[in-house]
Design a protein around this ligand. Structure first.
Ligand code: ADP
Ligand code: MG
Length: 223
């Protein structure tokens, strides 16, 4: 059964020097895995940031799970983000002086309560049981992104947003990260929106949305 989870309507984002989004309409179902592809500058990150409540549109709106994000105050939006959305970026944004476990616990702290055992289990699940007490600088790029997956998913978000999550990784580490995401996605059924310019990465999704110059120019099932 198709259940609309996110509805993006007539979304525009204007900057003094650029029109980043020129009227984007998209509906995304619960549990879907959508790749957003397109050339650099086509508006992918702008779209993702607005859907994630990290940026506001100039026009149009985003409804998620029945909530109109544009209608929320700044505080309510921050609360909504914490309760519903996990993020992974190209840069890991891990805190350098905290261990892998502590980095995950920090996300628990901002959500509700830190729980060391639960944080460790999340790291075991991404294959980092032997790296619990390592700091980010003692981890490889691929391992750091796996900590980020654990951190993004620790509070069981309904939506995972990923912007070029494997952009700094080689092919082998990219595959490891995507296989992990696939395994966890199959078990936990959250929705994934993943921005990438890499066709190998895009292909893991069940749907491909292509952007060009601030617009959606194609939207196809993948498999
Ligand atoms: P992509 O992620 O597809 O590379 P972006 O969403 O980052 O594209 O950018 C889309 C367009 O909006 C680009 O022309 C970019 O230069 C412009 N843009 C993005 N963010 C800003 C900003 N904060 N100020 C001005 N222009 C911006
Ligand atoms: Mg981008």
């Amino acid at each position: 059964m198709y259940v609309t989870f996110i509805k993006i309507s007539d979304l525009e984002k204007h900057y003094a020097s650029a029109m980043a989004l020129r009227g984007v309409n998209l509906e995304i179902a619960a549990q879907e895995w959508v790749s957003i592809v397109g050339a650099s500058g086509s508006g992918k990150s702008t779209l993702l940031n607005i859907v994630g409540g990290l940026d506001v549109p100039s026009k149009g709106c985003v409804r998620m799970n029945g909530t109109d994000l544009c209608g929320l105050s700044e505080d309510a939006l921050a609360r909504f983000r914490r309760q519903n959305i996990g993020y992974i970026f190209q840069q890991s944004h891990l805190v350098p002086y905290l261990s892998a476990t502590e980095n995950v616990m920090l996300a628990q702290y901002f959500h509700s309560l830190p729980d060391e055992k639960e944080a460790e289990e999340a790291l075991v699940r991404v294959g980092l049981g032997h790296r619990l007490h390592h700091r980010p600088s003692q981890l490889s790029g691929g391992e750091q992104q796996r900590v980020c997956i654990a951190r993004a998913l620790i509070n069981s978000p309904k939506l995972l947003l990923a912007d070029e999550p494997t952009g700094n990784l080689d092919r082998e580490n990219t595959r490891v990260v995507l296989e992990l995401l696939k395994k966890i996605h199959e078990a936990e059924h959250f929705t994934i929106i993943l921005v990438t310019h890499d066709p190998f990465v895009a292909d893991w999704a069940s749907r491909l949305v292509k952007m060009e110059d601030g617009r959606v120019v194609s939207d196809t099932r993948n498999r």
